[in-house]
Ligand binder design. Structure first.
Ligand code: THU
Length: 160
Protein backbone atom coordinates (compact mmCIF):
# COMPACT_ATOMS: atom_id res chain seq x y z
CA UNK A 1 0.00 0.00 0.00
CA UNK A 2 1.16 3.51 -0.64
CA UNK A 3 -0.33 6.94 -0.54
CA UNK A 4 0.33 9.64 -3.07
CA UNK A 5 -0.38 13.33 -2.98
CA UNK A 6 -1.86 14.90 -6.08
CA UNK A 7 -0.82 18.52 -6.24
CA UNK A 8 -2.42 21.11 -8.48
CA UNK A 9 -0.56 24.35 -9.03
CA UNK A 10 -3.20 27.07 -9.01
CA UNK A 11 -2.74 30.79 -9.48
CA UNK A 12 -5.20 33.21 -7.91
CA UNK A 13 -5.41 36.69 -9.40
CA UNK A 14 -7.12 39.37 -7.33
CA UNK A 15 -8.96 40.78 -10.33
CA UNK A 16 -9.24 40.51 -14.09
CA UNK A 17 -6.89 43.44 -14.68
CA UNK A 18 -4.07 41.39 -13.10
CA UNK A 19 -4.27 38.75 -15.82
CA UNK A 20 -1.70 38.51 -18.62
CA UNK A 21 -2.98 40.59 -21.54
CA UNK A 22 -3.94 37.63 -23.76
CA UNK A 23 -5.94 36.06 -20.92
CA UNK A 24 -7.66 39.36 -20.19
CA UNK A 25 -8.83 39.55 -23.78
CA UNK A 26 -10.18 35.99 -23.74
CA UNK A 27 -11.90 36.55 -20.38
CA UNK A 28 -13.55 39.70 -21.72
CA UNK A 29 -14.96 37.61 -24.56
CA UNK A 30 -16.30 35.09 -22.03
CA UNK A 31 -17.92 37.94 -20.10
CA UNK A 32 -19.51 39.24 -23.31
CA UNK A 33 -20.70 35.73 -24.24
CA UNK A 34 -22.80 35.60 -21.05
CA UNK A 35 -25.09 38.28 -22.47
CA UNK A 36 -26.67 35.88 -24.96
CA UNK A 37 -26.86 32.84 -22.66
CA UNK A 38 -30.28 31.20 -22.60
CA UNK A 39 -30.83 30.54 -18.91
CA UNK A 40 -34.48 31.30 -18.12
CA UNK A 41 -34.72 28.50 -15.53
CA UNK A 42 -31.59 28.88 -13.43
CA UNK A 43 -31.07 32.59 -14.14
CA UNK A 44 -27.40 31.66 -13.93
CA UNK A 45 -25.57 32.78 -17.04
CA UNK A 46 -22.20 31.34 -17.98
CA UNK A 47 -19.88 32.50 -20.76
CA UNK A 48 -16.89 30.59 -22.07
CA UNK A 49 -14.23 31.64 -24.55
CA UNK A 50 -11.50 29.55 -26.15
CA UNK A 51 -8.34 30.92 -27.70
CA UNK A 52 -7.18 28.76 -30.60
CA UNK A 53 -3.63 28.55 -31.87
CA UNK A 54 -4.75 30.26 -35.09
CA UNK A 55 -5.61 33.30 -32.99
CA UNK A 56 -9.38 32.92 -33.23
CA UNK A 57 -11.52 33.23 -30.11
CA UNK A 58 -14.53 30.91 -30.03
CA UNK A 59 -17.25 31.61 -27.50
CA UNK A 60 -20.20 29.73 -26.05
CA UNK A 61 -22.79 30.14 -23.34
CA UNK A 62 -25.21 27.93 -21.48
CA UNK A 63 -28.36 26.87 -23.29
CA UNK A 64 -31.12 25.59 -21.05
CA UNK A 65 -34.22 23.59 -21.86
CA UNK A 66 -37.65 23.10 -20.29
CA UNK A 67 -36.62 19.45 -20.05
CA UNK A 68 -33.76 20.40 -17.75
CA UNK A 69 -31.18 17.68 -18.58
CA UNK A 70 -31.44 18.59 -22.26
CA UNK A 71 -29.67 21.88 -21.60
CA UNK A 72 -25.95 22.38 -22.05
CA UNK A 73 -23.12 24.18 -20.28
CA UNK A 74 -21.26 27.10 -21.80
CA UNK A 75 -17.91 25.29 -21.87
CA UNK A 76 -19.20 22.37 -23.90
CA UNK A 77 -21.11 24.64 -26.29
CA UNK A 78 -17.83 26.51 -26.84
CA UNK A 79 -15.52 23.52 -27.20
CA UNK A 80 -17.85 21.67 -29.56
CA UNK A 81 -18.25 24.82 -31.62
CA UNK A 82 -14.47 25.11 -31.83
CA UNK A 83 -13.85 21.41 -32.50
CA UNK A 84 -16.56 21.16 -35.15
CA UNK A 85 -15.45 24.32 -36.94
CA UNK A 86 -11.67 23.95 -36.60
CA UNK A 87 -11.13 20.23 -35.97
CA UNK A 88 -7.36 20.31 -36.27
CA UNK A 89 -6.59 23.58 -34.55
CA UNK A 90 -5.23 23.35 -31.03
CA UNK A 91 -6.89 25.11 -28.13
CA UNK A 92 -4.54 27.21 -26.03
CA UNK A 93 -6.74 28.78 -23.43
CA UNK A 94 -10.21 28.69 -21.89
CA UNK A 95 -11.81 31.51 -19.91
CA UNK A 96 -15.08 31.20 -18.00
CA UNK A 97 -17.26 33.76 -16.25
CA UNK A 98 -20.65 33.36 -14.57
CA UNK A 99 -23.37 35.76 -13.35
CA UNK A 100 -26.53 35.08 -11.41
CA UNK A 101 -29.75 37.10 -11.35
CA UNK A 102 -30.24 36.14 -7.71
CA UNK A 103 -26.84 36.89 -6.16
CA UNK A 104 -23.62 38.72 -6.92
CA UNK A 105 -21.02 36.07 -7.79
CA UNK A 106 -17.81 37.39 -6.29
CA UNK A 107 -16.09 34.01 -5.98
CA UNK A 108 -14.63 32.13 -8.96
CA UNK A 109 -17.10 29.69 -10.53
CA UNK A 110 -15.37 26.45 -11.51
CA UNK A 111 -16.32 24.36 -14.55
CA UNK A 112 -18.49 21.34 -13.77
CA UNK A 113 -17.15 17.80 -13.85
CA UNK A 114 -18.80 16.86 -17.14
CA UNK A 115 -17.21 19.88 -18.83
CA UNK A 116 -13.81 18.97 -17.38
CA UNK A 117 -14.16 15.49 -18.82
CA UNK A 118 -15.23 16.79 -22.23
CA UNK A 119 -12.44 19.35 -22.36
CA UNK A 120 -9.85 16.78 -21.26
CA UNK A 121 -10.50 14.76 -24.41
CA UNK A 122 -9.35 17.63 -26.62
CA UNK A 123 -6.41 18.48 -24.39
CA UNK A 124 -5.16 14.88 -24.48
CA UNK A 125 -5.61 14.44 -28.23
CA UNK A 126 -3.90 17.72 -29.10
CA UNK A 127 -0.96 16.85 -26.80
CA UNK A 128 -0.76 20.40 -25.50
CA UNK A 129 -2.16 21.83 -22.29
CA UNK A 130 -5.11 24.22 -22.26
CA UNK A 131 -4.74 27.00 -19.71
CA UNK A 132 -7.97 27.52 -17.77
CA UNK A 133 -9.07 30.79 -16.18
CA UNK A 134 -12.34 31.05 -14.30
CA UNK A 135 -14.16 33.73 -12.33
CA UNK A 136 -17.59 34.74 -11.10
CA UNK A 137 -18.99 38.08 -12.15
CA UNK A 138 -16.39 40.15 -10.31
CA UNK A 139 -13.39 39.54 -8.11
CA UNK A 140 -10.77 36.85 -8.12
CA UNK A 141 -9.76 34.78 -11.12
CA UNK A 142 -8.38 31.26 -10.73
CA UNK A 143 -5.93 29.83 -13.23
CA UNK A 144 -4.74 26.27 -13.75
CA UNK A 145 -2.19 25.33 -16.38
CA UNK A 146 -4.25 22.50 -17.78
CA UNK A 147 -7.72 20.95 -17.82
CA UNK A 148 -6.22 17.75 -16.42
CA UNK A 149 -5.02 19.72 -13.42
CA UNK A 150 -8.72 20.09 -12.62
CA UNK A 151 -9.41 16.40 -13.26
CA UNK A 152 -6.90 14.18 -11.49
CA UNK A 153 -7.12 10.43 -12.10
CA UNK A 154 -9.12 11.08 -15.25
CA UNK A 155 -10.73 8.47 -17.45
CA UNK A 156 -9.21 8.61 -20.92
CA UNK A 157 -8.86 6.64 -24.16
CA UNK A 158 -6.01 4.54 -22.74
CA UNK A 159 -8.59 2.52 -20.79
CA UNK A 160 -10.55 1.51 -23.89
N1 THU B 1 -23.36 25.73 -16.14
C1 THU B 1 -22.42 25.99 -17.10
O1 THU B 1 -22.73 26.58 -18.16
N2 THU B 1 -21.16 25.61 -16.87
C2 THU B 1 -20.73 24.95 -15.76
O2 THU B 1 -19.58 24.54 -15.69
C3 THU B 1 -21.65 24.77 -14.63
C4 THU B 1 -23.07 25.07 -14.90
C5 THU B 1 -24.75 26.12 -16.41
C6 THU B 1 -25.69 24.96 -16.61
C7 THU B 1 -27.02 25.58 -16.21
O3 THU B 1 -27.55 26.22 -17.36
C8 THU B 1 -26.65 26.63 -15.20
O4 THU B 1 -25.26 26.86 -15.33
C9 THU B 1 -26.96 26.24 -13.77
O5 THU B 1 -26.39 25.02 -13.44
Amino acid sequence: MKEINIVTKTTIFDAIDELPQAAQKVMNEAIKAKETAYAPYSKFKVGAALLLENGKIITGNNQENAAYPSGMCAERVAVWKAASTYPNVKIKMLAISASSATQQLTEPVAPCGACRQTLSEYEIVQKNNIEVYFMGETGKVVKTNAVLDLLPLAFDKSFL
